[in-house]
Design a binder for this molecule. Structure first.
Ligand SMILES: *[C@@H]1O[C@H](CO)[C@@H](O)[C@H](O)[C@H]1NC(C)=O
Ligand SMILES: *[C@@H]1O[C@H](CO)[C@@H](O)[C@H](O)[C@H]1NC(C)=O
Ligand SMILES: *[C@@H]1O[C@H](CO)[C@@H](O)[C@H](O)[C@H]1NC(C)=O
Ligand SMILES: *[C@@H]1O[C@H](CO)[C@@H](O)[C@H](O)[C@H]1NC(C)=O
Ligand SMILES: *[C@@H]1O[C@H](CO)[C@@H](O)[C@H](O)[C@H]1NC(C)=O
Ligand SMILES: *[C@@H]1O[C@H](CO)[C@@H](O)[C@H](O)[C@H]1NC(C)=O
Ligand SMILES: *[C@@H]1O[C@H](CO)[C@@H](O)[C@H](O)[C@H]1NC(C)=O
Ligand SMILES: *[C@@H]1O[C@H](CO)[C@@H](O)[C@H](O)[C@H]1NC(C)=O
Ligand SMILES: *[C@@H]1O[C@H](CO)[C@@H](O)[C@H](O)[C@H]1NC(C)=O
Ligand SMILES: *[C@@H]1O[C@H](CO)[C@@H](O)[C@H](O)[C@H]1NC(C)=O
Ligand SMILES: *[C@@H]1O[C@H](CO)[C@@H](O)[C@H](O)[C@H]1NC(C)=O
Length: 364
């Protein structure tokens, strides 16, 4: 009769294994697989292909309509997946645990999307990620808050170019000790303050800040640059305000060898030096005459000084003339005394009832 018991369950297990092996080797619908590369491009996919070959090394899912990725987007562990390209997907959300089954992910291209929120737990704690591309995919710097708590200690290259950021979140670089290349070109930055003396970005070697809205650089930023000896910085294409406040930057630029495009920096303001190369402007031309705040500040200081001077002179006059003042006070005292005695005398006379009539008569 038909085999039973252990033999039958063994056959079932074998069949199951076979099915599993086949399903893991097969290429997902709408994808092309060759060797260890899987490409599912421009297919209007709305979610990640459900089962990827277990040996996948490179994955291209570009130009689709995948709005979000979460912990169910990669349900099986892909031990060998090291690079993944997801650009051009109109992607808005990356949820917690999204990349937890991709332990060896090294290169991730998320460019040309439109992220709203990015979970700080998207990457595993021991992520090996080295390259992250977020170019043209972030329109609000609050989206970048995930960097503050994410653990990406192996990240060396971060592309944040062509975004509309204005600012960067405080502490954004604290968890990125290995970052060497940072591209912030054309990201509408009005301020760059994140390279500080507290040791953030110790490995930074290439910083692109071209085509932003920077008008000046704070002293602390320049001091931070000075600490990184082999750093090269690009700063062209920013609207530098060549007034008195920029004189620290100008002095630093003249000495620094870090700003590789320093001869290309030009003034956007004020009118007198517009379009002039910053390095050719003299320190004496960096004035703030049109600047109401500074004028107001200096006039308050001046007023204070004048008042102090008047006070000092008044005290000096009092001191030098102390004898005269003493004499004058004695004179006044004597005059008062004479006067008061007169009153006193008349009062006594007036208050004597016996002389009341006499006094009234004498007054008349
Ligand atoms: C991953 O790659 C290694 C070496 O290339 C290979 O030996 C191993 O079988 C691969 N793993 C899978 C699940 O394909
Ligand atoms: C961005 O992605 C869209 C598709 O979502 C594509 O049409 C466009 O060409 C891409 N832009 C760039 C600059 O790659
Ligand atoms: C990021 O992606 C854009 C295309 O979307 C590409 O031009 C750029 O070179 C990429 N950046 C890096 C560092 O690979
Ligand atoms: C983004 O996600 C985090 C948790 O993942 C949540 O706390 C936060 O409120 C979200 N922010 C927005 C603007 O949706
Ligand atoms: C990372 O580790 C912390 C504790 O060290 C834990 O609370 C957190 O959940 C971990 N995050 C991930 C994504 O595993
Ligand atoms: C950025 O996102 C935050 C939270 O979602 C929101 O409060 C803020 O208004 C947004 N800023 C801009 C400029 O869109
Ligand atoms: C990052 O790792 C540290 C310890 O290595 C842990 O305390 C922290 O919670 C982790 N952060 C996240 C967001 O998992
Ligand atoms: C990744 O970072 C760990 C420490 O967090 C380090 O031991 C390891 O060498 C790094 N790997 C690479 C490839 O940089
Ligand atoms: C600069 O960034 C904006 C998005 O903030 C983008 O629309 C524009 O095409 C970018 N400019 C260049 C020259 O890439
Ligand atoms: C940034 O500069 C561009 C032109 O250089 C200007 O159109 C834009 O309004 C500026 N943005 C801010 C926030 O100042
Ligand atoms: C900036 O630093 C220079 C020299 O290091 C110093 O002379 C100057 O007063 C500083 N400016 C400000 C605004 O702190």
């Amino acid at each position: 009769s038909f085999p039973r018991g252990p033999l039958r369950s063994g056959m079932t297990r074998l069949l199951l294994l076979l099915v599993l092996a086949v399903s893991c080797r097969c290429c997902p619908d709408k994808c092309l697989c060759s060797l260890e590369t899987v490409k599912c491009q421009n297919q209007d996919l709305v979610e990640m292909p459900p089962s990827l070959p277990a040996n996948t090394k490179s994955l291209f899912v570009t130009g689709n309509k995948i709005a979000q990725i979460s912990d169910s987007s990669f349900p099986t562990r892909l031990e060998n997946l090291s690079e993944m390209y997801l650009s051009g997907n109109e992607m808005e959300y990356v949820h917690a645990g999204a990349f937890k089954n991709l332990p060896n992910l090294v290169r991730l291209d998320l460019s040309n999307n439109s992220f709203q929120n990015f979970s700080e737990s998207a990457f595993p704690n021991d992520s090996k990620l080295q390259f992250l591309n977020l170019s043209r995919s972030v329109n609000n710097y609050t989206t970048l808050h995930f960097f503050v708590h994410a653990n990406l200690s192996n990240l060396t290259t971060l592309d944040l170019s062509n975004n509309d950021l204005l600012l960067l979140p405080d502490g954004m670089f604290n968890g990125l000790p290995g970052l060497a290349t940072l591209n912030l070109r054309n990201s509408s930055l009005i301020k760059f303050q994140s390279v500080d003396k507290n040791g953030a970005l110790p490995a930074l070697s290439d910083l692109d800040l071209r085509d932003n809205n920077l008008t000046d650089l704070p002293n602390a930023t320049m001091a931070g640059f000075d600490l990184r000896l082999d750093l090269r910085v690009q700063l062209a294409g920013n609207p530098w305000h060549c007034n008195c406040y920029i004189s620290d930057l100008l002095a630093w630029l003249k000495d620094s060898t870090q700003v590789v495009d320093k001869i290309e920096l030009t003034c956007a303001d004020p009118e007198a030096v517009r379009h002039r190369p910053l390095l050719q402007v003299q320190q004496s031309q960096l004035t703030c005459t049109g600047d109401m705040q500074r004028v107001l500040k200096t006039s308050y200081v001046f007023l204070g000084l004048v008042l102090a001077l008047i006070g000092v002179m008044f005290l000096l006059v009092l001191f030098l003339n102390r004898k005269g003042i003493k004499r004058w006070m004695y004179n006044i005292r004597d005059a008062c005394r004479d006067h008061m005695e007169g009153y006193h005398y008349r009062y006594e006379i007036n208050s004597d009832p016996r002389l009341a009539n006499l006094s009234i008569n004498s007054d008349v």
